[in-house]
Ligand binder design. Sequence first.
Ligand code: NCD
Length: 308
Amino acid sequence: MRHLLNITDLTVDEVDGILKLADEITAHPDDYREAMRYKKLATLFFEPSTRTRLSFEAAMLELGGSVLGFSSADASSTAKGETVTDTVRTVGCYADIIAMRHPKEGAPMAAVQVTTVPIINAGDGGHNHPTQTLTDLLTIRREKGRLSNMTIGLCGDLKFGRTVHSLIAAMAQYEGISFVLISPQELRVPQYIERLMREKGCRFSEAERMEDVIDQLDILYMTRVQRERFFNEADYIRLRDSYILTPEKLIPARKDLSILHPLPRVTEISHKVDADPRASYFRQVLCGKQVRKALIMFLLDPKQRGEA
Ligand code: NCD
């Protein structure tokens, strides 16, 4: 049985296979309408979500499967004091696969110790978010035609932004990747991510001002300042508007830049940028549903993994 807790649980070849399958399902949706018939996906969301949960559910429904679950801890027995592991053991009696989001780093790892069905980490605290990374990789591949030889700017809350951590871990596996890390001092990437980039031999530089580096980038990955992970509100208020991308700031940027954002956006991208053809974030939303279909099939159908 395979789970997805970290993006590096998948080999580069497996990621490639999942992205190809996503393209194949997108091109021939009718061939996959019954692919997951009689299978059930449970979405256990102990933290808010719009895209991740609904794209998982839409993906499973479009594959002919069914969905069940809850969208907040309050709506489950967690509110009565049940542990995550007891919840997961229980849901394993009802569903064939579980996608879970939890505010505690490592909660999906605890789930794996007791589960009888595959577990997908749909975001654990400020740690990882591997299915957003699959979404990001599919988007980058479609926008740029490649996953190698590019300069990726990551801007905003690089400390608590779990999508940033998983994306760096994934992109560090490809040739010729340079990262430009744009954040205030207080929101720099955690040390283990810096170590990972060094170990993988990636070039990286840091900047505090987006204006100083925007002309170098092939990809600009914007992020929201993660209010819910701050210890005090005053720090959040001081840092929340550190970066606001506007059409004026994009003037020196490359014509073939792609602007990504895992969403939700708060103030960090002006709505005026949405009309710019370089704004890729709503195309990215669609990639999220398409790649999650491929991931569900990869985890539930051994044939997709070359095992049967
Ligand atoms: C992200 C998350 O939950 O980490 N959202 C998402 O899944 N698309 C980003 C965020 O909440 O800022």
